[in-house]
Design a protein around this ligand. Sequence first.
Ligand code: HEC
Length: 100
Amino acid sequence: MMNKRVTRHILAGFCLCIASFSAASADFDKLKNMCMACHGDSGVNPYQSIPDLRGQSLVYLRNQMFAFKSSERKDITMSKVAQLVSDDDINKLTKFFSEQ
Ligand code: HEC
């Protein structure tokens, strides 16, 4: 009896963990799509006022995002975008674009 209840408890915890994990990656995809809408699917875009992200190093891209976030670098669009994303997402997004 006791054991069953404990097992159920652990299973419930496990399911919760998976659920929050997939919610987090859905959010990540949404964020990534937002970046892609301007910067292009692989970090290359046809717009003259938007820089390509492909081919830039991870360190450079991360530094720019944190500079936008802290207002050290200012841009009407990117300052807002950078404030929307968590530090963790910045790490993941810039890793993605640096690997294109
Ligand atoms: C609405 C369009 C738009 C969206 C959405 C957008 N960006 Fe940008 N991004 C820009 C523009 C415009 C610039 C150039 C800003 C400037 O001139 O300083 C820029 C600049 C950058 C830079 C600096 C590039 C360089 O060469 O210095 C990085 C890094 C960057 N964006 C990453 C992202 C990431 C990551 C996302 C998604 C979270 C994103 N951007 C979403 C328009 C956008």
